[in-house]
Write a protein that binds this ligand. Structure first.
Ligand SMILES: Nc1ncnc2c1ncn2[C@@H]1O[C@H](COP(=O)(O)OP(=O)(O)OP(=O)(O)O)[C@@H](O)[C@H]1O
Length: 356
């Protein structure tokens, strides 16, 4: 492993362990307050954990609260870790070129060599023509490209990206994502994101944090197609009901009542009483105003919370569940926020699996 992290930050309720292999990009996903930024701060050296260890390419960057081990806290500039934040954070008084040359300069390169390196990186990220401008004279997207060049020119062993596209216009973000995909290939990267596209296009693996702890991890496609955490299900656009496996179905408490959800149980089938999830896509859900009788279908009693257009259909939400139905069905059933009804899904459309 290139990067090994174990970090507990008591004040923030964070206790995380994760690893990143050399040349691997790992996306760190999770809801607000899950602890993603805390992990990045520990790695960057801006936050000292109460207990923990950060080892990068065999070098101990942080060691705290470990009996028998010397306390270590290498300062941020000496960790060979570059952080690309949401905002480009360029030095306003320096030209774009000198901003990028700053890294090589501070690690001992001569002025001319540092500028040459900077020029190459600006070329690589497509803003070489802006080298002579000040940050105030370029757009947000261009500044973020310059920030990518600056981060890479410092020849980091680890790149940290904190929602690098979040502050950009939607029409600029896809191009920067493509550039990142190219320049980050084969680097060791930890990427914090809320965006499932970032995970799919940039990451080899995802780690999902909830409430300060890792709740699942694995290759992107696997986590997004078979999520085990509510967060991963939500970003993958899937419905998830969690409960205990009993007598061939998942017993779920939903909306204050208990119900059984039937589906296709994946191997290995959950043990009796074991925690399991039932997962199904919104397109598999039909909406009814009355409970369907005598059919082998799952029906969840719901109160609709909102409706919005979704790819030629209407996405109807009820709490954490959603259904994609036709415009015609919405009109015929007169669906609106507050309507009480049933979300109905055939057992053959529900995947059931263990959460561990
Ligand atoms: N400077 C701080 N001092 C004390 N507690 C903090 C501080 N920053 C964050 N926290 C708390 O630490 C926990 C983890 O927050 P963190 O910012 O790491 O989450 P996050 O996953 O990055 O969230 P977001 O997606 O909203 O940025 C939260 O409970 C948060 O309220």
């Amino acid at each position: 492993m290139s990067l090994i992290v174990e970090a507990s930050v008591d004040e923030r309720g964070v206790e995380v362990a994760l690893e990143v292999a050399k040349g691997e990009t790992v996306a760190l996903l999770g809801p607000n307050g899950a602890g993603k930024s805390t992990v990045l701060s520990v790695l960057a050296g801006h936050l000292v954990p109460d207990r923990g260890r950060v080892v990068l390419d065999g070098r101990v960057l942080t060691s705290q609260g470990r009996p028998g081990e010397r306390r270590t806290q290498i300062p941020p500039h000496d960790r060979r870790v570059s952080l690309l934040a949401q905002e480009p954070l360029l030095f306003p008084h320096l030209s774009v070129l000198d901003n990028v040359a700053f890294g090589p300069r501070s690690t001992g390169a001569g002025r001319a060599a540092a500028r040459e390196t900077a020029r190459q990186w600006l070329e690589e990220v497509g803003v070489a023509d802006l080298a002579g401008r000040r940050p105030a004279e370029i757009s947000g997207g261009q500044a973020q490209r310059a920030a990518v060049a600056r981060a890479l020119a410092a020849t980091p062993s680890l790149m940290l990206l904190d929602e690098p596209m979040a502050a950009l216009d939607v029409d600029v973000a896809p191009q920067l994502r493509q550039t990142l995909r190219r320049v980050l290939a084969d680097r060791t990267v930890l990427l914090v994101t809320h965006d499932v596209l970032d995970a799919l296009l940039l990451a080899d693996r995802v780690v999902v944090l909830e409430d300060g702890a890792v709740v699942e991890h694995g290759p992107c496609a696997e986590v997004l197609s078979r999520p085990r955490s509510s967060f991963a299900a939500r970003i993958a656009g899937l419905n998830m009901l969690r409960g205990a496996w009993r007598d061939g179905a998942v017993e779920v408490a939903y909306g204050g009542r208990s119900m059984r959800v039937e589906g296709i149980a994946a191997d290995p089938v959950p043990g009796e009483g074991e925690e399991a999830v039932a997962v199904f896509g919104p397109s598999a859900v039909s909406v009814f105003l009355e409970a369907p009788h005598g059919s082998p279908r799952n029906a969840v009693e719901v109160t609709l919370s909102d409706l919005e257009p979704h790819g030629g259909q209407v996405r109807v939400r009820a709490g954490t569940l959603s259904a994609d139905v036709s415009v015609r069905a919405v009109s015929e059933l007169d669906l609106a926020p507050g309507t009480r009804g049933y979300f109905v899904v055939k057992a053959s459309e529900v995947a059931i699996y263990r959460t561990r």
